[in-house]
Unconditional design. Structure first.
Length: 120
């Protein structure tokens, strides 16, 4: 079963974890959409600059540090994902609470590890 995933903070730089995550998500046949600072293509996934009201998002995986997250709170909640993954360096207790209030699970984990260990 595919868990449609939004990679938020996606990068065109192949050395960035968000970029590697897109490749690994697609390798695992997970439908993937992405938003970043620059438009471009990673594997077969277009990185958008604008906030698109994507439908059917199961998971949002964050690659934005806590200081950059507040402007995205309402947007992420509006997508009604099942969960938000806080990758290393993105931990944010304020946002965990807000997600919980909106019945969205927060998970402090590494998307790459979850995929690698078949726990995604």
């Amino acid at each position: 079963m595919s868990k449609k995933t939004l990679v938020l903070g996606a990068s065109l730089n192949e050395e960035r974890y968000s970029n590697v995550a897109i490749y690994k998500l697609r390798k695992n046949n997970i439908e993937t959409v992405a938003i970043g600072l620059r438009e471009g293509l990673v594997d077969d996934v277009k990185i958008h600059k604008e906030w698109i009201p994507f439908q059917g998002i199961d998971t949002v995986t964050l690659y934005l540090n806590a200081k950059r997250q507040p402007e995205y709170y309402d947007y992420i909640i509006s997508l009604k994902p099942s969960r938000v993954i806080f990758n290393p360096g993105t931990e944010n207790p304020e946002f965990y609470k807000l997600l919980e209030e909106n019945k969205i699970k927060s998970e402090v984990a590494c998307t790459l590890v979850l995929l690698g260990t078949k726990q995604y």
